[in-house]
Design a protein around this ligand. Structure first.
Ligand code: SF4
Ligand code: SF4
Length: 670
């Protein structure tokens, strides 16, 4: 009961000592049971063997603050998921504050210092009531979402409703308990009103004539109900979606700190010892991968972001994770068909939209490539993609063109090799698409003309350049990638010398050279051509002589530039330099939607209705812009085809940002 000098309350007021003993017994037993269930999961994770994981405690602390406590990924959800964000933040904050508050109450009651009094006590009562309300509001919204809104990508299990009902009941009985305590222990009005909800309940109880001995009996009854509900929650939470609060946090802390766009290297030794090229059976999933499967709460964000799923292909990253989890839990003999079919794995563009959307940071694309590696190793890839792999191995490019044609794109231009331009500021890495594809060749030409106009001394490798190996690695043929990376790294080491700066118009080349070549001895500073050109514009080396202020442009951000490497500004700065008015598509920047070419999908045949580029082109057409700009030779081709397939396509020109900048900068360019 509160006194006027130092308001406080007795924690177990009205509860006999034997009842308190039963309470602690129940809580201990329920926690022991949930601890045992959790230890069984830990055993399952550890059966996976050690893989790469983050071991630096400083990184754990950073991730704990930024990703777990500040809920960065949850808050960054797509606009269509805002209601889910609100309810998750309400539930998370309610849980966190009530858990911390209850722990503090226990310490104050059983510890040597009784600090649960005075101003602290009043603030405590207020804060606990407000966050109790947040928990109730979150539960109510979640129930509405599951029972009424029912978004298709959200996983539904009967236990979900039971959990929400249990949480609601705990919240409501908690407030009833508080109100009846206030009604029975004579707390003064000035103190009681800090317990805002309990105060209202006390008022209602008073209206009903509940006071004195009746209030005390009702309080005791409510206390038992509340205790039994809490006991059930403490025992059963690992069997519900609440498990992700622990597994998700552990996975966020433990996941390897590799760049989003890099993949692990397959070791020949391992293949020889195990006979396996990639993920084949549950035992091949390491401990962190197994933990990641347990962290999935089936929120469906990955599925909503996936271009393969959006175009009706047999791939949902959410279902893939659940299928892998089932294979681990049931110790199935294989991870592949009938568990995960080959068509599912080949449908992925490795665009990383699922990875970026996942609140618990599951690495779907790594898992998919790991599974693809086994299929490729077993010779289960056929048709044009298999032919592209063979060409990569034999001719150094996926188009099957002879190396002597590497400089065909530069006909009529002066493009020196490093030997001819020893003082080059930068090396221009052209990439296979811009070297051999007739449409993309114009991007290489535009880039070179801009460099020359700005007076940049540059060099190209010409016949010494081979494919970076990106398509081979993402298709699952890591040994072809390693062969190409090894050869290129040697050439690059000699060509770039101490300058280390490489410019490329291809985001896939940029990503691979930047993140995956270090392992092969190529320590490079690799920038996208839009980044380098934006530097030249900012330095006044490319003044706009021929801007087109009336031109409307929409921008397709390439996945491997914007999402995977976080570069969204340089392309926009170049468009601004041309004088164009930018009309953004709904999915832009890091939340861009794939063109459909990544992950080797460029070489797969698709029925028109399943083409990602068609869907993206329709989005671009809907902006009403006259030009669709992009910054990737693969996107350029895919979007050109996609736009041509739409009824309004003829009105929309597709161009690379370098081509648009050239037109605005160099009068009479071509
Ligand atoms: S990487 Fe892209 S295509 Fe592959 S599963 Fe994820 S979202 Fe889908
Ligand atoms: S994998 Fe991640 S984004 Fe996808 S459903 Fe599971 S938790 Fe959600």
């Amino acid at each position: 009961m509160g006194d006027t000098a130092a308001p406080t309350r007795e924690v177990f007021a009205n509860v006999a000592p034997w009842m308190q003993a039963v309470f602690f017994l129940l809580i201990t037993a329920s926690l022991a049971y949930s601890g045992w269930v959790l230890s069984c999961r830990v055993r399952v994770w550890r059966q996976g063997g050690s893989g790469e994981w983050e071991r630096n405690p400083r990184v754990w602390l950073e991730r704990l603050g930024r990703e777990v406590l500040a809920q960065r990924r949850v808050r960054a959800a797509a606009p269509a998921r805002r209601s889910g964000v609100v309810l998750h933040l309400l539930l998370f904050s309610g849980f966190l504050v009530l858990a911390v508050g209850t722990t503090l109450l226990f310490i104050a009651d059983k510890g040597p210092v009784h600090f649960h009094r005075g101003a602290y006590f009043l603030a405590y009562e207020l804060v606990m009531d407000l966050f109790g309300l947040a928990l109730l509001a979150g539960c109510s919204l979640a129930l509405y979402r599951r029972l009424v809104a029912r978004p298709a990508s959200l996983g539904h299990q009967p236990a979900d409703l039971a959990l929400l009902a249990l949480l609601l009941a705990i919240g409501i009985t908690g407030f009833v308990l508080e109100g009846l305590r206030l009604a029975s222990d004579g707390t003064t009005e000035g103190v009681a009103q800090w317990s805002v909800v309990g105060h209202l309940v006390r008022g209602a109880a008073g209206e009903l004539g509940v006071s004195g001995a009746v209030a005390r009996a009702a309080h005791l009854g409510a206390w038992w109900v509340h205790v039994l509900l809490i006991t059930a929650l403490f025992a059963l939470w690992p069997h519900t979606r609440l498990l992700h609060a622990v597994t998700g946090t552990l996975h966020i802390l433990a996941r390897p700190a590799r760049a989003m766009g890099s993949l692990t290297t397959v070791s020949l030794d391992t293949v020889e010892k195990t006979g396996k090229f990639g993920l084949s059976v549950p035992a091949d999933l390491n401990a962190v991968q197994r933990l990641s499967l347990d962290a999935c709460m089936e929120c469906g964000r990955c599925e909503d972001a996936c271009p393969a799923h959006a175009t009706g292909k047999p791939l949902s990253p959410k279902v893939l994770v659940q299928d892998l989890k089932r294979a681990v839990d049931r110790s199935l003999p294989s991870l592949h068909a009938p568990v995960i079919r080959a068509e599912t794995l080949w449908a992925c563009t490795t665009c990383q939209a699922c990875v970026a959307a996942c609140p618990v940071q599951i690495g779907h694309a790594d898992l998919i490539v790991g599974l693809r590696r086994q299929l490729v190793g077993e010779g289960q890839l056929s048709g044009p993609p298999a032919q592209a792999l063979r060409r990569l191995g034999s001719q150094g490019n996926p188009f099957g063109r002879p190396q002597r044609e590497r400089l065909a794109w530069a006909e009529g231009l002066s493009v020196p090799t490093p030997a001819e331009e020893p003082d080059a500021e930068v090396l221009l890495w052209v990439g296979c698409a811009a070297s051999f594809d007739p449409r993309a060749q114009k991007v290489a030409r535009a880039t070179v003309q801009l460099l020359q106009h700005a007076g940049v001394r540059f060099a190209v490798l010409g016949r010494a350049e081979r494919c970076t190996g990106d398509p081979a690695r993402r298709l699952g043929d890591d040994f072809t990638f390693q062969q190409l990376a090894g050869e290129n790294a040697l050439v690059l080491a000699e060509a770039v010398g101490a300058r280390r700066r490489v410019v490329t118009p291809c985001p896939h080349c940029m990503n691979t050279l930047r993140h995956e070549y270090g392992e092969f001895g190529a320590d490079l500073e690799v920038v996208h051509h839009s980044q380098f050109l934006a530097e030249l514009v900012a330095a006044g080396r490319l003044p706009a002589a021929n801007p087109e202020p009336g031109r409307t442009v929409t921008l397709h951000d390439p996945c491997y530039l914007a999402r995977v490497n976080g570069e969204t500004e340089a392309t926009r700065r170049l468009l601004a330099a041309t004088g164009a008015q930018l009309r953004e598509m709904p999915r832009h920047g890091e939340r861009t939607f794939c063109c459909g070419a990544g992950g080797g999908r460029m070489w797969f045949d698709e029925p028109p209705a399943q083409r990602v580029n068609r869907q993206r082109a329709a989005e671009a057409v809907a902006t009403g812009a006259a030009t669709l700009a992009t910054g990737c030779p693969f996107c350029l081709n895919m979007m050109t085809d996609g736009v041509a397939g739409t009824p309004e396509g003829e009105a929309l020109r597709v161009a690379d940002v370098a081509e648009l900048l050239l037109e605005a900068t160099v009068v009479g360019s071509a």
